[in-house]
Write a new protein. Sequence first.
Lengths: 341, 341
Amino acid sequence: MRNRQIILKAYPVGMPKASDFELVERDVPKPGPGQVLVRTIYMSLDPYMRGRMNNNRRSYAEPIKLGEVCQGGTVGQVVASNDPDFKEGDFVADFGGWQEYSISAKGFLRKLDPDLAPISTAQGVLGMPGHTAYAGVIGLSKLKAGETLFVSAASGAVGGVVGQIARIKGARAVGVAGTDEKCAFVRKELRFDACFNHKGDLAAGFKEHCPKGVDVNFENVGGEVFWNAFSRMNLHGRIIICGFISAYNDTDLPPGPDRSGMILGGALVNRLTIHGLLVSDWMHLWADFQRDVSGWIRSGELRYREDIVKGLENAVPAFQGLLQGKNFGKLLVQLSDDPTR
Amino acid sequence: MRNRQIILKAYPVGMPKASDFELVERDVPKPGPGQVLVRTIYMSLDPYMRGRMNNNRRSYAEPIKLGEVCQGGTVGQVVASNDPDFKEGDFVADFGGWQEYSISAKGFLRKLDPDLAPISTAQGVLGMPGHTAYAGVIGLSKLKAGETLFVSAASGAVGGVVGQIARIKGARAVGVAGTDEKCAFVRKELRFDACFNHKGDLAAGFKEHCPKGVDVNFENVGGEVFWNAFSRMNLHGRIIICGFISAYNDTDLPPGPDRSGMILGGALVNRLTIHGLLVSDWMHLWADFQRDVSGWIRSGELRYREDIVKGLENAVPAFQGLLQGKNFGKLLVQLSDDPTR
């Protein structure tokens, strides 16, 4: 039996190119003592992965080594098991990477109950992106009813959950997205109070939709959206720094003027708190997150959308599209049949 | 009886010039019903005052109007009183401004007991600067024993108290100051664990004196000292933004590259928390601050130094010197005899 994999061939400079990756075929490995072999059904594509493809910057995780399989969360089914806790046919969430089969060491695997929620959600609304949103809003932001929360990439895997939790908690949820269709989805399906197109007039959008300023900015994108939100931060506002998709492919610092003093000066004048958010710091909220978000999904209060691309050979173009905001909802690549659908 | 005052004649561009101010002489006013007339003994000069001399930027306080007396904290003695809570001869802390006599509305006045502490300390270690230090370290920083706190302007009115509280709390206190004499004072008198000259090799200084990185950076100055501290911040470090003396006279944003993304990216990678600090948010800690700091002064655990300039006509040069780091300790201008010394 053969295992197709995508390996990192070169560290990308700027936007990743097809030639930075290689699709290779190897034998499916056999699980050793205590190990489990998993057939990947869905692999998750997330913006943070771009950071692991740099070997020249400090980040929160080690870079992928050249020649190694690209890393990422997966959902799959156990094919063979030498671990008494998992049996053939079990559905699992895993960190299997960009390949059709993977061996997983115990401790990384998590069994899924397909009757509780679609298994694909284990890498989306009920997985790392949903947990990130929950940790940021519930754990860090101190958001209060009546306040205004602004989130960029509002139709994305994290942003969509962020705004819905804000709305559930009684706050005003305002987002931006990159197409009018995404904005309509965020307003109508996700029921944000407002969502406007960030390719339009940003200042006018903020003025209209955040008439009382911004109390919490959940930052996913950076760039001019950030600066517009920053200029409208209220006294004692909080900024949650989750990511900067707009800068992930930058190779150099942008040209001047140097606006770093505007951030520090603004933080002083308005007594802001700026927090960096990484979900792995918030595992103590995992059980609360699972309980609350799965409950909100069952009650219809919280909704999600998946953007599923088929076939490992389409993973790299999908990943390039993700970094350009071309996906619409949580981006997954389906590598084999999902028997639960 | 005549009252000499310094009024703001022009909003300074860059470093304040002598011609931006004017020394005028007017009649001493008479206190109205419920009012108190105070003879100023000491007036406080503090870096924040520069921000009140701009009318083209957003700050946390309204700018001084042209033709008005420059604002600031004072210590004085009651000359005449129509307020039953204050009598002639009482020593008071006040917000009287740059003048020899002032009328104070009730609510701004605070009676001082010269037997408890020298009255001058009411605008220094036991006043706004000390309270700022206390609020930042005790209220905001979550500093733990064994951690490293770094503070700029370590011999100044705020920085000196910051590092001493850190040391009292069992943390490693490291500072920078602008002369070797100030550094020696910070090490020997204030008993910081280390203090080095920020005009020397900053990277080497940080490497030697913060061998385990920086957990809390209490920022008073900005500029390259900030960037060096920032590059050594530990995981989950905290940055307290108290001030940016180095930028108070800037007229434009500095040239590029734009380093704002370094702050936000660094906050994400190291999950930093950046807080803006303004002491007026922390009045609920006033009683704790007075009890703790006066106790530490009495026990000898906390020391302070005052830099007293005599005569209202020397206030402007002293203020210019403050913005250039020429003072050595808490800067006060003495306008009349202190009967308690």
